[in-house]
Design a protein around this ligand. Structure first.
Ligand code: PEP
Ligand code: MN
Length: 342
C-alpha cells in the first residue's frame, strides 16, 4: 500500500501519517519525490483497513501496490533515485543524469598495489575506488582477501586521494567493518539472496551496491533490493555483472537488456560491471560503451597495474592506460545520451 501525500503536505502531516501506520504494527517508509512525498507501507497489512489513512490531513489517496516489490518500484517513486555518496572530496551522485565510474583492482593485495593503481586512476577523473578486502572465491585455496588489514589499506587510499571507497562485505561480521571503513557496501553476486546479510545491509549507514546473482531473474534481483530497503536503507544501487548461460566464449553473459527492464520497473540506479560480465580484458571497453548507450548509471571496472601478477581476476583487469582510454570514450557516449560522468 502506498499513501500519496499532497505536494503541499507539511513535515508534521507526513510524520503523523507515519506514526499512525507504525501504531498499526506496520512499517512506514516516507519516500520524498520532486513533487510530493509517498509513504510506502510494508509489513503484513492483510487484516488492517488502511482506508482510515485517507482521511488524514495532507493525504491525497491510498493506492495498493500490486507488484511483489514495493519500495523498489516506480509506483512508489516516479522519478529516478539519485544516490548521494559522501566522500572526502564531496558527494558523488549516481542516477538521474549522473553516471558513476568505479574502478580499482579486484582484490586489495598490498598497500603498494592499491596506492599505485589509485595514483593512476586519480588523474583520469575517478572518484570511487573499488577493491575487495573480503573475496568470495570458488576455491577455498584461492586468495581470500586481506580482511580488516585490507580495509585499513583502503582507508589509507581514501585519505591520500580523497576517493570514496567501494568494497564488498561477505557476511554480517565483515559488513559491520565495511560499514565503518568504506563509503559504499558492495553485496556480491554470490550473496544476492543471502537474506540475513541483505537485512543487515538495510540497517547500515552507507549506500549499498547490490550485484545481480549469476542466475537471478529480474524479480529476484529487485526483491533482493527490496530486502535492503524494507529495513530502511533507501540508498541502493543495482549492478548487472553477467549471468550464466550456454554461451561458452565469455565468463558470463552480460545481460545489458536488464538495464532498460530495471528502469521500467524501478527508480533505483543500475550500474554495469563489464569486467565480471565478460571475463576478458578485450571485451571490457566495447561492453562499457554499450552499457552506457543502453542507459546504465555507472560502470564498475577492474583495473590493475600488473594484471599478470594479480592475485585474482588479472585476466579481465585493464591496465590504467587502457582505463584512461575507456574513460575518454565513455564520456563521448555519455554526452550523446545526455548523461554526465562524475
Ligand atoms: C567483485 O566485484 O570483485 C566480485 C567478486 O564480483 P561478483 O560478486 O559480481 O562476482
Ligand atoms: Mn573480481
Amino acid at each position: 500500500m502506498l499513501v500519496v501525500m499532497q505536494s503541499q503536505a507539511t513535515k508534521e502531516q507526513i510524520e503523523e501519517v507515519c506514526t499512525r501506520i507504525e501504531s498499526l504494527g506496520l512499517k512506514a517508509h516516507a519516500i520524498p519525490g520532486t513533487g510530493r512525498t509517498a509513504i510506502g507501507i510494508t509489513g503484513n497489512n492483510n487484516a488492517v483497513d488502511l482506508g482510515i489513512l485517507e482521511s488524514m490531513p495532507g493525504v491525497i489517496e491510498c493506492i495498493p501496490v500490486t507488484k511483489p516489490y514495493k519500495l523498489v518500484s516506480r509506483d512508489v517513486k516516479l522519478e529516478d533515485t539519485i544516490v548521494h555518496i559522501p566522500t572526502p572530496s564531496g558527494d558523488v551522485l549516481v542516477g538521474g543524469p549522473h553516471l558513476a565510474m568505479i574502478a580499482g583492482p579486484c582484490a586489495v593485495e598490498s598497500l603498494e598495489q592499491c596506492m599505485t593503481v589509485a595514483a593512476q586512476l586519480k588523474p583520469i577523473g575517478v572518484h570511487l575506488f573499488r577493491g575487495g578486502a573480503y573475496k568470495p572465491r570458488t576455491s577455498p585455496y584461492s586468495f581470500q582477501g586481506l580482511g580488516e588489514d585490507g580495509l585499513k589499506i583502503l582507508a589509507k587510499v581514501r585519505e591520500k586521494f580523497g576517493f570514496g571507497i567501494v568494497t564488498e562485505a561477505i557476511d554480517n561480521e565483515s559488513l559491520d567493518l565495511v560499514d565503518e571503513y568504506a563509503d559504499v557496501i558492495q553485496i556480491g553476486a554470490r550473496n544476492m539472496q543471502n537474506f540475513s546479510l541483505l537485512k543487515r545491509a538495510g540497517r547500515a549507514k552507507k549506500p549499498v551496491l547490490l550485484k545481480r546473482g549469476m542466475s537471478a531473474t529480474l524479480d529476484e534481483f529487485l526483491m533482493a533490493a527490496e530486502y535492503i530497503m524494507s529495513e530502511g536503507n533507501y540508498n541502493v544501487m543495482l549492478c548487472e555483472r553477467g549471468v550464466r548461460t550456454f554461451s561458452d566464449f565469455s565468463r558470463n553473459t552480460l545481460d545489458l537488456a536488464v538495464v532498460p527492464a530495471v528502469k521500467k520497473r524501478s527508480h533505483l540506479p543500475i550500474l554495469v560491471d563489464p569486467s565480471h560480465g565478460t571475463g576478458k580484458r578485450h571485451k571490457v571497453l566495447p561492453l562499457s560503451l554499450a552499457a552506457v548507450a543502453v542507459g546504465a548509471d555507472g560502470l564498475l571496472v577492474e583495473v590493475h597495474h600488473q594484471p599478470d601478477k594479480a592475485l585474482s581476476d588479472g585476466i579481465q583487469s585493464l591496465i590504467p592506460a587502457e582505463y584512461d582510454s575507456l574513460y575518454t570514450q565513455v564520456k563521448q557516449i555519455a554526452f550523446v545520451v545526455g548523461r554526465q560522468v562524475n
